[in-house]
Write a protein that binds this ligand. Structure first.
Ligand SMILES: C[S@@+](CC[C@H](N)C(=O)[O-])C[C@H]1O[C@@H](n2cnc3c(N)ncnc32)[C@H](O)[C@@H]1O
Length: 392
């Protein structure tokens, strides 16, 4: 019997109801949920009663008592999972989650760490340095959250020893599988980003840029079909309106750009080097320094604003345009588009260089190099499409 059949039996004993969907292995996506019959739009396909959730209230009391006050729910749930033995009542659930190897391979927080710098020759460059800027910023935030949580766990000296690597695995597992859940009590006592619970079976849905509706109330979580599905089709939920850089760091994968309407490319490394100190100061004063992006259809307003300075609009006039939300007319727009095409052509060379470097690297695992290469190729494609769209 497949491990997920055992999980379904266990979950059904706890009141979980599935209608017309079942877990299946899906190449490249671990387990996913697949329609076992034709589904209609608005059909309820899953119900998970609140009593089946793993929450801060189901954590072993000994653990909660041992952790410092203020320890995050994420940190606590991860430690609770790490302490589970095969005799745990949650074992059929634990048995289906991704292995430590697959978590470590896919999630950048677990990618090769800094090597031994006393060695000669020096260690190869870390793979994470090849993450695009928004992904790297997110990774740094994760690193600091993980350090905070691991510090808290180490203070719980009365607990069985967990190594940092073990804890990292469960911390990432928790990060990729929790759902937002608000009750009157959690709303009053926890920060928004800490109102997190784990739910069985629902955590087997993979992500798409649009998917089934996930809702919760006092009694249950429900998942409802957003459209009709054919038998055998994978049924997705949407984890949020995320660009691929976010998906890579938080979930360890990227979607093909044509399947991710929320994808965008950061242009800071293309635009910021073009700006003089003076222009940077002017932009900063108005809150327009950095955060430049483009997507498949548009170049963001912040980029448009910054490029108008570079296009030679006098600062006073530029301030007026910004304050009045004006674009300055067709001629100026043509000049800005031409400038952007020049900047993008230059940046394309940098992106090409990154792809070539990644192709020649041997550090890390093949999946890690491949996903980085794929991401930079996607960035190159989006840049090329914009050049094509704006070019003469
Ligand atoms: C909540 S779990 C979903 C179930 C998971 N596939 C499993 O095997 O348990 C989230 C993880 O599933 C994988 N995943 C989700 N959506 C995906 C997608 N569209 N493509 C590839 N992997 C995906 C990622 O590894 C992600 O971290």
């Amino acid at each position: 019997m497949e491990v997920y059949d055992e999980l379904l039996r266990w979950a059904q004993d706890r009141g979980v109801e599935l209608h017309g969907v079942a877990p299946r292995s899906i190449p490249g996506r671990g387990i996913g949920m697949v329609a076992t019959k034709p589904l209609k739009a608005n059909e309820r396909i899953l119900l998970v009663p609140t009593s089946a959730l793993r929450t801060i209230d189901t954590v072993r009391p000994k653990l909660k008592a041992a952790l410092p006050k203020g320890t995050k729910v994420h940190a606590t749930l991860a430690a609770d999972l790490a302490l589970d033995k095969p005799t745990s009542k949650y074992w059929p659930w634990n048995a289906v989650v991704p292995s430590r190897e697959s978590i470590t391979a896919s999630l950048p927080l677990a990618w090769p760490a800094a090597g031994d710098h006393s060695r000669l020759p020096p260690p190869p460059p870390l793979l994470t340095k090849y993450l695009p800027k928004p992904a790297l910023a997110l990774l740094h935030k994760q690193q600091s959250n993980f350090t905070r949580d691991w510090t808290a766990i180490q203070q719980a000296s009365s607990l069985p020893t967990i190594t940092r690597q073990e804890y990292l695995h469960f911390w990432l597992l928790t990060n990729t599988r929790t759902f937002y859940h608000e009750t009157r009590r959690t709303a009053a006592t926890l920060a928004r980003d800490d109102r997190m619970v784990l739910q069985p079976v629902a955590d087997l849905f993979n992500h798409a840029d649009a998917g089934c509706e996930v809702a919760f109330g006092a009694a249950s979580f429900t998942v409802t079909a957003d459209r009709a599905y054919a038998e055998g089709e994978e049924v997705y939920i949407c984890y949020g309106q995320h660009a691929n850089d976010f998906l890579l760091v938080e979930y360890g994968f990227v979607l093909p750009p044509a399947q991710n309407r929320w994808d965008e490319v950061c242009l800071d490394d293309a635009v910021l080097p073009e700006l003089s100190e003076r222009f940077r100061g002017v932009l900063e004063a108005k809150g327009f320094l950095g955060g430049y992006v483009l997507d498949a259809r548009t170049v963001c307003y912040r980029t448009q604003v910054a490029l108008r300075l570079l296009a030679g609009v006098p600062v006073g006039e530029w301030e007026r345009l910004v304050e009045e939300g004006e674009d300055g007319g067709k001629v100026l727009q043509g000049k800005v588009d031409g400038l952007l095409v020049r900047i993008l052509n230059k940046y394309r060379g940098t992106v090409e260089g990154t792809i070539r470097e990644l192709e020649g690297l041997e550090v890390g695992q093949p999946y890690q190099r491949e996903v980085l290469c794929t991401r930079w190729q996607q960035i190159r494609t989006l840049i090329d499409q914009t050049i094509e769209r704006l070019g003469p």
